[in-house]
Design a protein around this ligand. Sequence first.
Ligand code: 5GP
Length: 238
Amino acid sequence: MEKLLYTGKVKQMWSTNDPEVLRVVYTDQATAGNGEKKDNFKDKAELNNQISTLIFQYLEKNGVPTHFIKKISDKEELVKKCEMFPLEVVTRNIAAGHFSSRYGLDEGMRFAIPVEELFFKSDELDDPILNSSDAVALNVATKSEQEQMWSLSRQVNQLLINLFDEAGMDLVDFKLEFGKLHNGQIVLADEFSPDNCRLWDKKTKSHMDKDVYRRDIGDLTAVYKKVLARIEEVLEED
Ligand code: 5GP
């Protein structure tokens, strides 16, 4: 019997007949400000599932180990079961969002070296920032596990900077989550979509990610459809 294991802000996780495999069901919900703002958007589940599937397949093809197995319907995918690190692993190529508000900087400064930040995943504590030794002290991840996550994040950054560049977008920043398979291997998990990254149109600098919803500056569904169409076009050429 399949059981609902977990309901997140935008996805559900179900068990399957195979103890090593979980089924992810995407929902139409978007949230912002740690769930304070919440709305449903028609087609969002399908869009996130399709975009994340394409990105995870592209990353796998280029040597990044992930939890992804396959997409099984418009709103569902199968993934490998892993023990998740309660961490948000954020990489920034251009100043925006909380980096800009924290340090009083305008958005748009391109960093010579990408900024790397870790956050402790906790709704109660509002995902506080933490440093490497904090993560060790809290028994969240060893130094070596953190190094492996950063090494994979850097690989993802390089691959996706190139992919989005070809699709006419700047990859401003993104948040990754990692898990450990039963054999101990660290793999990229969760999803990759405009929900967890910032994308700016290279020509117009317009926002092509969840900031249109967070900031009430555009139509989320229309923007996500545009992102999908652009990456499909690039990936078809490959
Ligand atoms: P910031 O720290 O500026 O809010 O976010 C940096 C990047 O990480 C952005 O691309 C943002 O979408 C992503 N991010 C940060 N926290 C979360 C979160 O709790 N959920 C999701 N989906 N993305 C996040």
